[in-house]
Ligand binder design. Structure first.
Ligand code: KG4
Length: 352
């Protein structure tokens, strides 16, 4: 099943020639970016962590309201950062799903309004496609590549053959990896968002201190090829462990964090290795918020070194939700002359 560059479209190999405003508001970050000829001129993200922290997770209604407050200043900041005005923009791309419907509608409506007033083409972008292409924002990653997408809402494996051609290999049956990090952190009383906090604490801990379970899933009938993940059992195991062994010292918390993190990374990389073996692919991209995890980065690079696979992980600002990746995914479609009608709606559950 190995593919060569000859199978890849000209579009993926030629440089982009457009100035695109990208807008992203699928969850709790309001983001806008300007991409000119494939180069990121600006990328602005307004985080809502302070609003959701006390609830230990994203509250959809509060997220929508906060997007409403942030969207105009964020777009203005992106234009100012790129030293352009709306008159310089050739096209607009906005996330239209998957995500929280109220959140998506804010960015999408702003994008459509600007496109209408300015008379420029508009495209709706799948958030997951943005993440899959994010590695191409600052690196020369040629197709095909295997992509492990790990975020707060998603954990999936795709084989990216070309722009717009992504083969699904499997996803999580329950929690996403980022969600498991956030929930484990909450159980441990660490705060929100938990991924970064567990990552930092793990550096002082022993990843072999506690042997947390790694999910072994029975293949689904008729779909034995799927490479699926599961993190809810691990989350429960952390909860039970903390219930039975109240945390009394920082070193104990560090061991729990490191052991939990090791189990997540083991499960992620086990399935990734199977997908690499199956495809014979020599390129691996890891994207999404959890790609910021230092242990995942370290072990993915070691896996790459051991098996001759080139591993690309976008810089941190393009791992987490951002609009530069949305602008890039949109720019490919706009350059092909495609656009979406202004009647395009947001879709909470939008498959790639
Ligand atoms: O892609 P992203 O910004 O947005 C959503 O999917 O919402 O990912 C956010 C997720 C959160 O669950 C957060 O805890 C996790 O990424 N995350 C991390 C790290 N930094 C962020 N997880 C593990 N280690 C990290 N260093």
């Amino acid at each position: 099943m190995e593919e060569s560059q000859d199978d890849v479209s000209e579009l993926a190999q030629t440089s982009l020639k457009m100035r695109v405003l990208g807008i992203e508001s699928s969850c709790d970050d309001t983001a806008a970016a300007v991409l000119a000829d494939g180069v990121v001129l600006s990328s602005v993200v307004a985080s809502q962590d302070d609003i959701h922290r006390r609830f230990g997770g994203v509250v959809p209604e509060l997220a929508s309201r906060s997007h409403l407050r942030n969207i105009t200043p964020v777009i203005e900041a992106a234009l100012e950062g790129a030293q352009v005005t709306l008159a310089d923009i050739d096209g607009i791309a906005a996330t239209c799903g998957p995500g929280l419907i109220g959140s998506l509608l804010v960015g999408l409506s702003a994008a459509k309004a600007i496109a209408y007033v300015r008379g420029v083409p508009f495209v709706g972008v799948n958030h997951l496609e943005g993440h899959l292409l994010s590695a191409r924002l600052e690196s020369e990653v040629a197709f095909p590549y295997l992509a492990l997408l790990v975020s707060g809402g998603d954990t999936s494996l795709y084989y990216a053959e070309d722009i717009g051609r992504y083969r699904f290999f499997g996803c999580t049956r329950d929690d996403a990896a980022g969600e498991a990090f956030d929930k484990a952190a909450r159980v441990m009383g660490l705060g929100y968002p938990g991924g970064r906090l567990i990552d930092a604490l793990s550096r002082q801990g022993d990843p072999r201190a506690i042997r947390f379970p790694r999910a072994r899933l029975k293949p689904r009938r008729g779909q034995s090829d799927l490479l699926e993940f599961s993190f809810s059992g691990l989350k429960t195991a952390v909860w039970q462990y903390v219930r039975d062994h109240p945390i009394t010292a920082e070193s104990m918390a560090a061991d729990i964090a490191a052991s939990f993190q090791e189990a997540v990374v083991d499960m992620l990389l086990e399935k990734t290795q199977i997908a690499l073996d199956r495809t014979g692919c020599t390129q691996l991209v890891i994207a999404g918020g959890v790609a910021a995890n230092s242990r995942l980065r370290e072990r993915a690079c070691a896996l790459g070194d051991a098996s001759g696979v080139h591993v690309t992980i976008p810089p941190l600002r393009f791992c987490t939700d951002n609009a530069a990746m949305i602008a890039l995914a949109g720019a490919y479609r706009l350059q092909r002359g495609e656009h979406d009608p202004l009647s395009l709606n947001a879709t909470a559950d939008f498959e790639l």
